[in-house]
Design a protein around this ligand. Structure first.
Ligand SMILES: [Zn+2]
Ligand SMILES: [Zn+2]
Length: 203
């Protein structure tokens, strides 16, 4: 474990930029395992993440860090662990939250995708398809109806007891969001919508 993190840093010193997928191939471990390493390296401030890539936390890399926006609602992605979809093992897309993540799935419904979400309490990465989601609770960290992920059904049920909402599996939650927001995708996120072009104008 120690060694792998050290090796990751060595690789970064050589290549400057890698993806979790590449690292998973190098170490012959799952991407999930790599994400755990990355999370710790991020905590200690040794690396940063940008556009789904991993970079050393240097001044140059930091300054070139641009604001990513959600491809669905155009809101700036501020979460350190956004919902992540990998399309056909190549392209990584990040959404502001699970709500927009599901709408992103809808866009790529006939493609081979994997998706990673993060447990609301532990922040551990989970394969989204195995997660439980509390949909439409009174907690609204981002877009509504809100979708909050948990790795265990029990935790999701506990959360729903306190904050309301329905505990659903991936496909149930996906259907719920896709059907409830089809009419006007952007309206769910409107108050906090931001356009990068507007930001530039303000400078
Ligand atoms: Zn969004
Ligand atoms: Zn959102």
């Amino acid at each position: 474990m120690m060694d792998r993190k050290k090796r990751i840093l060595e690789i970064l010193r050589e290549k400057n930029e890698v993806t979790a997928k590449e690292l998973a191939n190098v170490f012959k471990v799952s991407e999930m395992t790599i994400y755990r390493d990355i999370k710790q390296l991020e905590k200690t401030g040794e690396i940063i993440r940008k556009h789904g890539s991993i970079l050393l936390n240097t001044k140059e890399n930091k300054e070139s860090k641009t604001v990513d926006t959600c491809p669905i609602c155009e809101k700036a992605i501020t979460r350190s662990h956004p919902y992540k979809i990998v399309i056909e093992d190549k392209k990584t897309l990040e959404a502001c939250c699970e709500h927009c993540g599901f709408l992103l799935h809808k866009k790529y419904e006939d493609k081979e995708v994997s998706a990673i979400t993060y447990d609301f309490i532990t922040e551990n990465p989970i394969t989204a398809f195995n997660a439980y989601f509390v949909v439409a609770s009174s907690a609204k960290p981002c877009c509504s109806p809100s979708v909050i992920p948990f790795s265990s059904k029990e935790d999701a049920e506990k959360f729903a007891k306190g904050f309301g909402g329905k505990v659903l599996n991936f496909f149930e939650a996906y259907n719920e969001i896709v059907n409830s927001t089809n009419r006007n995708i952007k309206s769910c996120c409107q108050p906090q919508t931001i356009k990068l072009s507007d930001l530039k104008k303000g400078e």
